[in-house]
Design a protein around this ligand. Structure first.
Ligand SMILES: [Zn+2]
Length: 392
């Protein structure tokens, strides 16, 4: 008997808290016996059996005998079914919508992309046309999977209530409800999240979250982005979207950021600031790609500039880990390789961890790197969508 919010099978509704907990265990840590799951989730044998049956009847999981059963009673292994749900994920940048459709395991089944509608006067990307475009991407991806069960959309900026873009600078949006109209148009569950938060949700289930219940994410690209997972929960709304960390001081004699701080992290690490300084020094336009190529060719000025940026990133990693009290920071973003290829990143982290004369070193930091393509960002949105559809 299925108890909880509904008597319908688990395949046709959001999951109960118990079903979700078991499904999450199976997705994050892989197949397990009822006994192991009950132990890990602190559930009685009877509760665990009831949840397992509900998930099997609902098509969320299957149960099979252990292939090479040892002496004694063969054990039943519970496994999540990847095709139980499919969700479309869309990442909106300033000019393009990148779409993917993923299964329950977050595996990308198909991708697509489209240019965003032309901006209106005042630089605002038209909202109704954007809703239509996202719905069209979902329709384009739908034939690649049996069903589409929901949509996740990620946007750089401040998002509230899983639906409203309070501040979407890249799109010229302020207090724009994106989720509501998209829900009405597609008749599907929709969640809108900050793009780095979507990545935090993705890492929580399919990345760093497998080994750490608390961790931070830093992305480097057009701007510095941060995400936080605390005690197994992705923090949905940050107080400042990383502003305080991005403008922490590194070297008071360093270059200035766009806000006029001398030698803050952003002054070294923001793509715009980095390229502006390099261009001014060279007397012609220089991109971050140019700097990476020049470094590969042995150019000392380019090497020094990228080392300085890598050092600033190392300080962000150490400060963030210290403030969050975690031993794990995930680094991502399209510009990341420019900085991780510099030894200065690890040197800065090691120096911050170095104990004083009478101290012992208290921790080491796991710094995980994930070079992000736009498909990866869209996958983050899809995983946020999967969690939303399951009721997480
Ligand atoms: Zn600054």
């Amino acid at each position: 008997m299925v108890t909880g919010t509904s008597e319908r099978p688990a395949g046709e509704r959001g999951l109960t808290a118990g079903e979700l907990a078991v499904t999450r265990q199976l997705l994050v840590h892989g197949p397990a016996t009822r006994g192991d799951l009950g132990d890990r989730l602190n559930l009685s044998y009877a509760s665990m059996s009831r949840l397992a049956r509900a998930l099997i009847v609902g098509g969320m999981a299957t149960e099979d005998l252990e292939p090479a059963a040892a002496i004694g009673r063969p054990r039943q292994i519970l496994t999540a079914v990847p095709s139980a749900r499919h969700v479309v994920g869309v990442k909106l940048t300033g000019d393009t919508a990148y779409g993917v459709v993923c299964d329950l395991f977050g595996e990308v089944k198909a991708t697509t992309r489209a240019a965003l509608p032309r901006r209106e006067e005042g630089g605002v990307v038209p909202i109704a046309a954007t809703v239509k475009l996202v719905a069209q991407l979902a329709s384009r991806l739908a034939p690649k999977v049996p069903t589409v069960d929901g949509i996740g959309v990620s946007v750089g900026g401040v998002i509230v209530d899983g639906s409203v873009v309070r501040e979407g600078t890249f799109l010229g949006w302020r207090d724009v409800d994106l989720g509501g109209p998209l829900r009405d148009r597609t008749e599907l569950p929709v969640i809108v999240t900050n793009d780095v938060t979507a990545l935090a949700r993705e890492q929580l289930w399919f990345g760093a979250g497998r080994t750490h219940s608390t961790f931070g994410i830093v992305t480097v690209g057009a701007g510095l982005g941060v995400g936080v997972v605390r005690n197994g929960v992705a923090v949905e709304e940050l107080i400042d979207n990383g502003h305080l960390l991005a403008h922490s001081p590194v070297d008071s004699s360093g270059p200035s950021c766009s806000l006029g701080h001398r030698g803050c992290v952003a002054a070294y690490l923001n793509r715009e600031d980095l390229e502006r300084q390099a261009s001014a020094a060279a007397g012609h336009p220089v991109t971050i790609g140019d700097l990476v190529r020049a470094r590969a060719g042995g150019d000392q000025a380019a090497t020094r500039r990228l080392d300085d940026a890598a050092r600033a990133l190392g300080h962000v990693v150490a400060s963030f880990a210290g403030a969050l009290q975690t031993t794990c920071i995930v680094l991502g973003g399209e510009d990341l390789a420019a900085f991780t290829d510099s030894p200065a990143l690890q040197e800065a982290i090691d120096d911050r961890l170095r104990p004083g004369p009478l101290e012992t070193q208290r921790c080491t930091l796991d710094v995980l790197t994930t070079p992000l393509t736009f498909t990866d960002w869209a996958r983050g949105a899809a995983v946020a969508g999967i969690q939303h559809v399951l009721g997480a």
